[in-house]
Design a protein around this ligand. Structure first.
Ligand code: SF4
Length: 354
């Protein structure tokens, strides 16, 4: 980084105070602060791997339903998953509730203040612990998320892979070295804000950047090629067959196992395609399945393809008994946490049966 870190911090904070976005988890004239640490925990958990615009309505709904740690700790997990539905990465929701329960049982209902204690809560890693400790408690602790990584790499003209172990160590050290003596939470938030709104992955707005004079990448004309792009890995395709089975205006849904992707959520009866080769899984229960269409769903590391069949149940037989099942009307499906592909399937069924 060019020039002094003190000037850097002053410039960055002045810019942040003037230009920061008004977000519901930040102080403003109506919410003068101090911030509720539990609210910081919720926002930081939701913001992991998720865009701000997506998070805002979820955050507001979640806190309207669970305004205090105890509200979240005491509710049934199904309700938490239902409120989280559509936000993805559902292990975050389960960990958040486990953390709330631990805060209640081990910390008297108050979030611990230090990074080390925060790291002892389920689902809280180094970044989230740093964010909560600095933003909620103004502890002198650095943070390093994707936005901060990019900003620091550009400031120091780091051209090699920022995810390498060596570079991660360098970047965490750097993130700590540049912390000011006070206003740590605002400083960390300002670094993230700069990465989110000015020092963006593509087309960084260097001419508007408050710390352009400190930036080695800009001085070298390298800002567009830093950080080094990640080598694209092929994402595996997982094929599934989904049987939408109806009986007297209701549809059969099953609960997914308690572990793995979409754990504990509800779906139309679904099998892995490899399982379905050969003999039908539903010789007794399903009458004349008819193909309805295909639903695709892409996650970061894999893609799914659901081939959808519509069928009627014969004599009310259940197709398999190894998972909890329910017959529900489509209009009542919102009472269950349902993975996004199955929300799409439900929409197809509504069109089909309208
Ligand atoms: Fe990012 Fe450009 Fe600012 Fe450097 S000058 S920190 S590349 S926006």
């Amino acid at each position: 980084m060019l020039l002094s870190t003190k000037t850097f911090g002053r410039r960055l904070l002045e810019w942040y105070m003037k230009h920061r976005r008004d977000l519901p988890w930040r102080c403003n004239a109506q919410r003068p602060g101090p911030l509720d640490p539990y609210h910081v925990l919720v926002s930081e958990t939701m913001l992991q791997q998720t865009q701000v615009a997506t998070v805002v309505p979820y955050y507001l709904r979640f806190l309207a339903r669970f305004p205090k740690v105890a509200d979240l700790a005491e509710v049934d997990e199904q309700e938490v998953l239902r409120l989280w539905q559509g936000l993805g990465y559902y292990s975050r929701a389960r960990n958040l509730q486990s953390a709330a329960r631990k805060i209640l049982s081990d910390h008297g209902g108050k979030l611990p203040r230090t990074r080390d204690e925060l790291l002892g809560l389920p689902g809280i890693g180094r970044y989230t612990a740093g964010a909560i400790a600095s933003i909620a408690f103004d502890q002198r602790v650095p943070i390093l998320d994707g936005n901060v990584t990019r900003v620091l790499c550009r400031l120091d003209n780091i051209r090699t892979d920022p995810r390498s172990r060596d570079n991660q160590n360098i970047l965490w050290t750097k993130a700590e070295e540049i912390l000011p003596s006070k206003g740590i939470g605002d400083f960390n938030s300002a670094l993230m804000e700069l990465g989110a709104t000015v020092c963006t992955p593509r087309n960084p707005q260097c001419l508007l950047c408050p710390v352009q004079k400190h930036c080695e990448a800009f001085a070298a004309g390298m800002q567009e090629s830093i950080p080094a792009p990640r080598k694209a890995k092929p994402t595996p395709l997982c094929r599934r067959q989904t049987y939408c089975i109806s009986r007297a205006g209701k549809w059969l849904i099953e609960q997914r196992p308690p572990r793995g992707r979409w754990a504990g959520m509800w779906q139309f009866i679904t099998i892995e395609t490899a399982q379905s080769s050969g003999e039908s899984l539903f010789p007794l229960s399903v009458l004349r399945p008819r193909r309805l269409g295909l639903v695709s769903h892409a996650l970061t590391h894999r893609r799914y393809e659901f081939e959808i069949f519509i069928a009627r149940s014969r004599n009310g037989d259940l197709p398999r008994s190894d998972r909890p099942t329910q017959w529900v009307k489509l209009d009542d499906l919102h009472r269950y946490p349902v993975p996004r592909p199955h929300v799409k399937i439900a929409a197809m069924l509504r069109d089909e049966t309208a």
